[in-house]
Design a protein around this ligand. Structure first.
Ligand SMILES: Nc1ncnc2c1ncn2[C@@H]1O[C@H](COP(=O)(O)OP(=O)(O)O)[C@@H](O)[C@H]1O
Ligand SMILES: [Mg+2]
Length: 225
């Protein structure tokens, strides 16, 4: 088992009281599986992804990653684990504007203590694999939306993570670029054995999900295989 989330609860303070977003969400994920997470806007998809990736803490519940209870980790230990094992892709690419595509992709490797030369080599390989090597010295604002998302995917992959968490990655793309990103995710899972959880409204992306999680009323309600 790669990832197990048990009874995850999360509420936010809102005007008059609390907004209970997650009310006991459970999920498990094996290695090498492409899972999609659907649910209405506001159902808590982003919140759940951020909790699974350790970007925010749940109020209650337990998350095990490769059999390790991550609640027991210190912040620093957890950040290290996340840097090496989890890659994030967001709806907006969140690339750093003052760095080129190659430098953006290298960044998580440098943070992990990989030397510049090796990091640049790996980043170049990823750019080739994702068919954007000719954009390596471009800054994010010189890239199309599709190229920006490919760069973000390459950045998520540079430390060879076991898990990719993607939050509506096709949300800002036109159909052609969305389709090609979907193909890319499917190939990655097939060829590298990485697992992915992709929050999405895109019916074609939901279609290729090997596991389909759906969030409703704070819980995972559907888990069709
Ligand atoms: N930091 C926050 N503070 C207060 N409310 C939040 C916060 N983050 C999310 N919410 C609320 O929680 C609900 C779920 O949000 P989100 O996880 O972004 O849903 P989804 O990604 O499914 O659209 C929404 O009503 C949102 O407004
Ligand atoms: Mg969201």
């Amino acid at each position: 088992m790669l990832l197990e989330a048990i009874n995850i609860k999360k509420r936010f303070i809102s005007g008059e009281g609390y907004l209970e977003v997650l009310k006991g969400a459970d999920l498990t994920l094996e290695k090498g599986v492409l899972a999609v997470l659907s649910g209405q806007s506001g159902s808590g998809k982003s919140t759940l992804l951020y909790i699974l990736g350790g970007l925010i803490s749940p109020d209650e519940g337990r998350i095990e990653f490769k059999g390790l209870d991550i609640n027991r980790f210190s912040q620093l230990e957890y950040e290290r684990l996340r840097n090496k094992n989890v890659g994030f892709v967001f709806q907006m690419h969140h690339l750093m504007p003052d760095f080129t595509a190659l430098e953006n992709i290298m960044m998580p490797a440098l943070i992990a203590g990989i030397g510049r030369h090796e990091a640049a080599g790996r980043a170049g390989e990823l750019l080739s694999a994702l068919s954007i090597y000719n954009r390596k010295d471009h800054y994010p604002n010189q890239l199309s939306g599709g190229e920006q998302q490919r760069t973000a995917v390459a950045r998520a992959l540079i430390n060879s993570p076991d898990l990719i968490l993607a939050d509506e990655p096709t949300g800002n793309l036109d159909k052609e670029n969305a389709d090609s990103l979907i193909k890319l995710f499917a190939e990655l899972v097939d060829t590298t054995g990485v697992s992915a959880i992709i929050a999405t409204h895109n019916p074609e992306l939901v279609e290729i999900g090997q596991i389909k999680f759906r969030l409703a009323e704070g819980r995972i309600v559907g888990k069709q295989v």
